[in-house]
Ligand binder design. Structure first.
Ligand code: NAD
Length: 357
């Protein structure tokens, strides 16, 4: 499929290709939708095998941001950008980050960048030397690390899933398995152990595992065992696509609620398969929206209390979507239907409209 066909199939408004001869950086910015407002989405630095892989990734991720903003009741659209690294682990430089900042500036605020995989707060601050349309830095750009907010939203999603199964929403005594204890996973461990849950962790980074085991007294299993550990809740917090047709029959959880974006390899089919197995999948675009709500809320001029309330609302949104899923093929289908409804309603918040420009 050529670029236009892919854009048309997914409904993208525009896709911009940029290159900077001085730093050598190559970037694709995909704006999926600005129907509800300007579009916020992270910048991912990644080594892609082919340019087509990079395009596929940025189109898929930016579409997901539109859905995530819509289910979070934010006056924002969805976009994403990818920096195509010449090799894995290509070092971060100020020149590269500032070039990316200049590219973001050319969209004149229709796209607001933030950190994603491979991008640090320092990188965001360098981008912010060239554009005001970036969030998530420490010194020059507002918001800081969104991960604690993402983790809090994920816990809210877990509570909604427990309630949907007719269980207590108390996390005490619950067994939760977490794949990936990076930025979000570590905060999740802290929150869950604080609520009395029994937590099992895994990460390919053994230093991270040792540090979390030491600080929170949790148990760990090797990376190839975590997804099939027996538990109440499985929380994928590493990469996307970890649950597919091969993996799902090996799962031994009752609920899947985690932060990893696009955790189902083929969401239409995998979500139906999970239902048939009796596993409740809490759609990740709702469960992991806390970080977006935090950054978008600051950008839109919401107060801390309004932002906190929206992150709390992840529990009621998830409850609604899980309830509506009963008459649909899957919880994923219900999430899409909910987001589409919200987008069709348009921007209903007058306060957010005022600040969104
Ligand atoms: P991160 O890079 O800080 O952490 C990911 C962790 O997963 C790392 O520690 C890595 O070593 C580990 N990992 C990778 N492969 C693994 C494997 N096979 N088994 C076990 N561990 C593995 O990333 P993050 O910011 O914590 O984000 C985690 C996920 O949540 C990503 O999918 C991200 O897109 C999504 N997400 C993050 C945020 C946020 O606020 N950071 C918001 C929304 C969604």
């Amino acid at each position: 499929m050529n670029t236009f066909e892919q854009m048309i199939e997914r409904g993208h408004e525009r896709v911009c290709f940029h290159q900077d001869p001085d730093s050598g950086v190559r970037v694709i910015i995909a704006v999926h939708s600005t129907r509800l407002g300007n579009a916020l989405g992270g910048t991912r630095r990644w080594h892609y095998a082919t340019e087509a892989d990079a395009l596929y990734d940025v189109l898929r991720l930016s579409e997901g941001m539109t859905l995530k903003a819509a289910v979070s009741d934010l006056a924002m659209g969805g976009a994403k950008s990818v920096v195509l690294l010449p090799r894995p682990g290509h070092p971060i430089t100020e020149a590269e980050a500032r070039a990316v900042g200049r590219f973001v500036e050319t969209l004149d605020g229709a796209y607001i960048a933030a950190a994603d995989v491979g991008v640090t707060s320092q990188y965001v601050d360098w981008m912010a030397m060239e554009t005001d349309h970036v969030m998530g830095g420490v010194r020059r750009s507002r918001g800081g690390d969104p991960s604690p907010h993402t983790a809090r939203g994920t816990v809210n999603a877990m509570r909604a899933a427990l309630a949907h199964l007719g269980q207590s929403t108390s996390l005490r005594g619950l067994t939760v398995a977490i794949q990936g204890i990076g930025h979000v996973g570590r905060h999740l461990v802290r929150l869950l152990t604080g609520h009395g849950a029994r937590v099992i962790v895994s990460d390919i980074d053994t230093d991270r595992v040792a540090s979390v085991v030491d600080e929170f007294g949790v148990t760990s299993v090797p990376p190839n065992e975590i997804l099939s550990v027996e538990c109440d809740v499985l929380a994928p917090c590493a990469l996307g696509g970890v649950i597919d047709a091969t993996m799902s029959p090996r799962l031994r959880c009752r609920i899947i609620a985690g932060a990893a974006n696009n955790m189902l390899d083929d969401p239409d089919e995998d979500a139906v398969a999970l239902r048939n197995q009796g596993i409740l999948y809490a759609p990740d675009l709702i469960a992991n929206a806390g970080g977006l709500i935090h950054l978008a809320g600051l950008y839109l001029g919401l107060t801390e209390q309004e932002i906190d309330r929206k992150i709390d609302n992840i529990e009621s949104t998830m409850a609604t979507v899980l309830h509506e899923s009963e008459s649909l093929p899957s919880t994923y289908a219900a999430m899409i239907a909910y987001a589409d409804r919200r987008i069709a309603q348009g921007n209903t918040s007058s306060k957010e409209q005022v600040h969104a420009g």
